[in-house]
Design a protein around this ligand. Structure first.
Ligand SMILES: Nc1nc2c(ncn2[C@@H]2O[C@H](COP(=O)(O)OP(=O)(O)OP(=O)(O)O)[C@@H](O)[C@H]2O)c(=O)[nH]1
Ligand SMILES: [Zn+2]
Length: 364
């Protein structure tokens, strides 16, 4: 959903079960329940929806209505997923289809795609009206949010520290006409009203941005802890920070769920080709007029991008950032797949060596 179509009437409290809505339950998930009892053989009719709030090495923590349990891993569930819990066996018997998924390629012993968080509705991309502000970085996060099927909203904090917050807003607005941009002074003003269109019962939000831009300050303010000394609260992390006891899934007083999960706050871009296309849709449309379909917009004849730069309708810096982001994404995506290919080749040759040695031993 384009951010310009602001959610106005999401999940009226009576539309879905209110206690579940406080965990982020929406009609999208409700609608999936019907199909289960008939299509899944061992589906228990008593199964109930629970949300994954933490992923540990061997277990998942799931929370539902009057449920707070640690259960075995199932269905490759990640933080934010909805699992149907069989109350008898205390195991998951189904994972609901995801409305969104934030993932990244992780290169460990085996390279694999790692899910970071599921079912986030709005990603607040946070930067500040000072040195942190960087259009290229914002574009990267917006691409990531689009790629994951979430709605990105740009928040520029520390408006009070700048002489020209509107100038920052204007710059951020050039990123995409599908993304709302807000400048906030979170230290002195309650952000609740400004963020109300997205911060609603049944919705799940997350904050993305560099360290120190004010993400925790925002969450604290939304939790009704305005002007709480962020640092002080933080030092007492387990108890003091935010109002809920669950570190990974906070519930705001109005019933909006906030996913705060390790690895979510700062993310590298990989496998985000379609998210990048969404951010630079205007340039892609122009590039479709280039003579060559694989035009690199460098020295090719009849290049529509270069023509646009020449007549002033296209910003050359934006073209440069677009190409850089594409390169970064291609590089990261390829590096990850090469790691797999390289390891496979190495393991194969190692396998041959071992076989050879074994044969040699047998001959002796
Ligand atoms: N003046 C001003 N200060 C702010 C504003 N928002 C946040 N701050 C301050 O910026 C500092 C960093 O804020 P945090 O909320 O801890 O930043 P963070 O993004 O959560 O940082 P990490 O947890 O490291 O990712 C704190 O001292 C806040 O009080 C703002 O709008 N105006
Ligand atoms: Zn071109």
């Amino acid at each position: 959903m384009p951010a310009s179509e602001r959610p106005e009437t999401i999940d009226a409290p009576d539309a879905v079960d209110a206690p579940l809505a406080r965990l982020g339950w929406t009609p999208f998930f409700e609608a999936q329940l019907e199909g289960f009892s008939s299509s899944i053989p061992d589906f228990s009719a008593a199964a109930q929806p629970t949300r994954v709030t933490a992923v540990h090495r061997n277990t998942l923590r799931v929370i539902g209505v009057d449920v707070d349990l640690t259960i075995p891993h199932a269905f490759e569930a990640t933080v934010g997923d909805w699992l149907m819990l069989d109350p008898q066996t205390k195991t998951a018997c189904a994972r609901l289809e995801r409305s969104s998924l934030i993932k990244r390629k992780a290169a460990g012993r085996i390279t694999y795609t790692q899910s970071i968080a599921a079912n986030i509705d709005t990603v607040f991309v946070v930067s500040s009206c000072n040195a942190d502000f960087n259009v290229a970085r914002l574009e990267r996060y917006v691409a990531l949010a689009f790629e994951a099927d979430t709605t990105p909203v740009i928040i520029l904090t520390k408006a009070d520290l700048s002489d020209d917050p509107d100038g920052y807003v204007a710059q951020a607005q050039t990123i995409s006409d599908r993304v709302a941009v807000l400048a906030l002074d979170v230290r002195n003003t309650d952000p609740s009203d400004a963020l109300a269109p997205w911060v609603q019962l049944g919705q799940t939000i997350a904050f993305l941005g560099s360290s120190g831009v004010g993400k925790s300050t925002l969450v604290n303010a939304l939790s009704g802890q305005i002007k709480a000394a962020t640092q002080g609260i933080r030092d007492d992390d387990a108890k003091g920070r935010h109002t809920t006891t669950h570190r990974e899934l906070h519930q705001l007083p109005n019933g909006c769920a906030v996913l705060d999960t390790p690895g979510m706050r700062e993310l590298q871009l990989t496998d985000a080709a379609s998210g990048i296309k969404d951010v630079f849709a205007d340039l892609i449309e122009i590039a479709a007029q280039c003579k060559f379909s694989d035009c690199a917009h460098q020295s090719e004849p009849k290049c529509a991008i270069k023509a646009g730069i020449a007549d002033g309708s296209v910003d050359p810096a934006r073209v440069e950032r677009w190409q850089k982001l594409q390169d970064e994404d291609a590089h990261n995506s390829e590096a990850a797949s090469q790691t797999v290919a390289h390891r496979k080749a190495r393991d194969k040759s190692l396998g041959k060596t071992i076989k050879g040695l074994q044969k040699g031993n047998r001959k002796k």
